[in-house]
Design a binder for this molecule. Structure first.
Ligand SMILES: [Zn+2]
Length: 229
């Protein structure tokens, strides 16, 4: 079975007024087809330089990612100085795919995500944690990104729930290792968590479950040696 991840292998719906997201090459192209405040919003919260929480395909693009990010932020102890950056698509386009819970409309592939606010913010932060949703459902949590220490902690924390399908670099080419992927813009790079659509559906519909997942992730952040270095 082909590994269809992050919506990246979908083809554009015929007669769609929207370009397929794989054709978007720069953030300026989003600005050309959509309006900030009406179609999308960029939300930043500056709370310190240790950790940057990222959802660059948030809102209706990869539903569940913004919601989990905000829950993680709520549960982080005061001892972790964290900031947040979210790109939220505010509307579902006609191309929204209910099955995979993804919308190609304003999806700018990670390694092309050249939004200036994020490019200014991330290099000042120590470690990034970036949440995404895949198109496929081969795993619940697929861990990637260049920060080995936090990745190992997250693998350990999420694998404690044996009914969650957690694996490392199991999303084909979407491993989050490219230098141009914003997850690696932080000083010590970061970890990317790709989440399958069944898992994200449960995150959206079950606040108690969302809390449990966020708590596991926060436990890994708290135990990670290199957030503060
Ligand atoms: Zn994504």
């Amino acid at each position: 079975m082909a590994l269809l991840l992050c919506g990246c292998s979908s083809s554009p719906t015929q007669n769609s007024p929207y370009p397929a997201y794989q054709r978007l090459k720069h953030f300026s192209e989003i600005e050309a087809i959509a309006r900030r405040g009406t179609d999308y919003e960029i939300i930043t919260k500056s709370g310190g330089n240790e950790l940057l929480l990222l959802a660059i395909h948030g809102g209706q693009t990869e539903p569940g990612t913004s919601e989990l990010l905000q829950e993680i932020e709520k549960l982080l102890p005061d001892t972790v100085e964290s900031s947040r950056y979210e790109f939220q698509s505010l509307k579902r386009s006609p191309d929204f795919d209910e099955g995979s819970l993804t919308d190609p409309w304003l999806h700018l592939t990670s390694h092309r995500y050249d939004e200036p606010e994020l490019e200014r913010l991330a290099p000042n932060k120590n470690v990034c944690l970036s949440l995404h949703g895949f198109y496929g459902d081969e795993a619940d949590f697929c861990l990637g990104g260049q920060n080995e220490v936090l990745r190992a902690r997250l693998l350990e924390a999420l694998s404690q729930e044996t009914n969650w399908r957690t694996c490392e670099f199991c999303c084909g080419k979407y491993a989050g290792l490219q230098a141009k992927n914003p997850v690696n813009f932080c000083k010590q790079a970061g970890v990317q968590i790709e989440m399958g659509h069944q898992l994200r559906r449960r995150l959206l519909n079950d606040p108690a479950f969302r809390h449990i997942v966020a708590a596991r992730i926060v436990s890994a952040i708290r135990d990670s040696e290199n957030i503060r270095n």
